[in-house]
Design a protein. Structure first.
Length: 134
């Protein structure tokens, strides 16, 4: 792909895979990898380090108790990078929507700032329209 938002295929329900390697970390080791396409129906992630077995990584929302207002706009996986080894990643997307792989690796703080701004950009104008329609 030349761009992360490039459409790979029209909707078909077929599964598509993306594989890549993340280098060793020289600082923060805790990151979140997000699939920033809210129209993807099912996304799964596996990771491994040098010669180890593949590990299925659950979505962040599946690793903690959810409360009212919690959750994320996108599929998000917690990823802990090693300071000594690279990490191989496999992402599988399946669904009837257009297939895209806009994957973004960020620290949790960076992710939250962007997600809040996206929520405000979308939800605040929608709420204003609702208020004005009353």
């Amino acid at each position: 792909l030349t761009r992360p938002h490039q459409v790979i295929a029209a909707s078909s329900g077929q599964a598509y895979w993306a594989g890549f390697r993340l280098g060793s970390s020289d600082g923060a080791t805790k990151h979140w990898l997000s699939l920033q396409s809210p129209t993807q129906d099912k996304a799964q992630l596996w990771w491994r380090r040098a010669g180890e077995s593949w590990v299925a990584q659950p979505l962040l929302q599946d690793t903690r108790a959810l409360t009212l207002g919690s959750g994320h706009l996108f599929a998000v996986w917690p990823i802990e990078l090693s300071d000594q080894h690279s990490t191989e990643i496999l992402v599988r997307i399946e669904g009837v929507n257009r297939v895209q792989f806009p994957l973004v690796l960020q620290t949790p703080a960076e992710f939250i700032v962007i997600e809040v701004s996206q929520f405000v950009d979308f939800e605040f104008p929608v709420q204003l329209r609702r208020d004005w329609a009353i």
